[in-house]
Design a protein around this ligand. Structure first.
Ligand SMILES: Cc1cc2nc3c(=O)[nH]c(=O)nc-3n(C[C@H](O)[C@H](O)[C@H](O)COP(=O)(O)OP(=O)(O)OC[C@H]3O[C@@H](n4cnc5c(N)ncnc54)[C@H](O)[C@@H]3O)c2cc1C
Length: 470
């Protein structure tokens, strides 16, 4: 192995790393992908995006079945088979992990199983990566290195994950459905698991330290989610400062304060969903000029670090959202730059957010508050799903589409959707922002009927006070 000099060596095979590897192969770069686990795909495929969405699909179907009478499908007595649900989830994960192996072969990427570490700056333009695998240590030589080592769940101080204090890893491997679950943190991961286990029948409580759920979203989205969660019977506390998490005889007890008032609740399990810490320790960064802040790697618009020839992408890249699709595009930017081809840096305002709880959330661009903060004279168009015929057909009326525009030129600055299929609907808005669409453009684009996407059309018309259906 030591004789081969790769064009690029990629450390970590999550969505950032594997996408970079595939594109590198397509661009004709000789590529090595180093992965410490015996499978490819990282957090996203094994303990993140994919298994959670598999469970969310089960939860959605189960909710529909519970509502069978209203749909005229009577006498259904739905019963969950947890074993089958988990087996299906694993089947999906395994299928796509296998698919990644095939894609690496197809694109002539050399996959190396082992733990990769930088050894220092390049010597004569060639980097050396130390790889510790099952059969001992070896080295890989490459002209460029991409770090895509991903992230791990942050823990509350003094806590360690076990069978009751869970992170995303343990909560995806439970032997059965807990009767009660406390979720600490209401970001995407927290509200998705709250949604799943509520649908499956657990008594769920969400504790959020900030004044609102999904704090990165537009304030009205948070308000609507809180309203629907209350309606669904999901208990919730905002401004909740968790003080202790303790194991009790049969479960866990969480003590927290809200507005100075201390409270204690108990449950079978607690999920800690307070963010993700970049995995940048013990990869040899300290031997290079790479700059790190709060464990994130500083990068430029081409994902270059301060060390020549070393790039960083995905959850470790500073200033980018910790999202699979962002990491994937960062990978494409990095390898296209390495290949010396023209490449457009990522516009961070055009990276969509997708949260797959029920109701779903999809958003892109500026929130109303941020647009005002940036000095825009803001004009908003809002349309509720209650007035959308397709939403009536699919029996999902909660939520709305909100379009934030700049009054002066009508440019769309941000779109915020909460409601049925919001994570799919947001794609149109990303294109609209990318093409610098105005609300007028959007209001003149014909949307098929009856579709949920017509809510976009109505919201665009609502910017001018003329929605057709409300
Ligand atoms: C529960 C949950 C749900 C999520 N849902 C979504 C979602 O729906 N949509 C979305 O966009 N994002 C979602 N995310 C976030 C998404 O999973 C991450 O943004 C994404 O996985 C980051 O990709 P990455 O390639 O940077 O890192 P990772 O996916 O974390 O992969 C890093 C890889 O590097 C390997 N590695 C680390 N160090 C070394 C080393 N030294 N040598 C060799 N290999 C190494 C790891 O084993 C791993 O395979 C979710 C996350 C969680 C936890």
């Amino acid at each position: 192995m030591a004789d081969t000099i790769y064009d690029v060596a990629i450390i970590g095979s999550g969505p950032a790393g594997y996408t970079a590897a595939i594109r590198a192969g397509q661009l004709g770069l000789s590529t090595a992908l180093i992965e410490k686990d015996p499978y490819l795909g990282g957090t996203c495929l094994h303990v993140g995006c994919i298994p959670t969405k598999s469970l969310l699909f089960n939860a959605e179907v189960y909710d529909h079945v519970k509502d069978g009478d209203a749909l005229g499908i009577e006498n259904l007595t739905p019963k969950l088979n947890w074993g089958t649900i988990m087996k299906r989830k694993q089947g999906i994960v395994d299928k796509h992990a296998k698919g990644l192996q095939f894609l690496m072969k197809k694109n002539k990427v050399t996959v190396i199983e082992g733990y990769g570490k930088l050894t220092g700056p390049a010597q004569g333009g060639i980097h050396t990566v130390e790889v510790e695998g099952k059969s001992g240590k070896s080295t890989i030589k490459a002209k460029n290195v991409i770090l895509s080592t991903g992230s791990v769940a942050r823990m509350l101080p003094g806590l360690k994950a076990d069978d009751r204090i869970l992170t995303n890893i343990e909560v995806l491997g439970l032997n059965d459905i807990p009767k009660s679950l406390i979720v600490i943190g209401s970001g995407a991961v927290g509200v998705e698991f709250a949604s799943i286990y509520k649908s499956f029948g657990a008594d769920v409580t969400v504790l959020e330290m900030l004044p609102r759920y999904v704090p990165v979203e537009d304030e009205e989205i948070s308000k609507e989610l809180a309203r629907v969660y209350r309606k669904r019977g999901i208990n919730g506390f905002v401004n909740a400062k968790v003080e202790t998490v303790e194991r009790t005889k049969g479960g866990v007890a969480v003590t927290f304060t809200v507005d100075g008032k201390q409270q204690k609740i108990e449950a079978d399990k607690v999920l800690i969903a307070v963010g993700r810490a970049p995995r940048t320790e013990n990869v040899g960064i300290e031997k290079t000029k790479i700059e790190v802040e709060r464990d994130f790697v500083k990068v430029d618009e081409y994902m270059r670090t301060a060390e020549p020839g070393i790039y960083a992408i995905g959850d470790i890249a500073m200033g980018y959202p910790q999202l699979a699709h962002s990491g994937a595009m960062e990978g494409i930017v990095a390898v296209t730059h390495i290949a010396g081809k023209p490449v457009k840096p990522i516009n961070k305002l055009r990276i969509p957010n997708a949260t797959y709880c029920h109701p779903e959330i999809g958003s892109v661009g500026l929130t109303e508050a941020k647009a005002k903060e940036f000095g825009y004279d803001v004009k908003v168009g809002k349309f509720p799903f209650t007035a959308n015929s397709r939403a009536s057909i699919v029996g999902s009326h909660d939520g709305f589409v909100k379009i934030v525009t700049d009054k002066k030129y009508g440019e769309i600055l941000g779109v915020h959707i909460i409601g049925p299929n919001a994570t799919e609907l947001i794609a149109e808005s990303v294109v609209a922002l990318e093409l610098e669409c105005t609300a007028e453009h959007l209001a003149n684009i014909i949307h098929a009927h009856p579709t949920l996407s017509e809510a976009m059309l109505d919201a665009a018309n609502a910017v001018f006070g003329m929605p057709i259906n409300a």
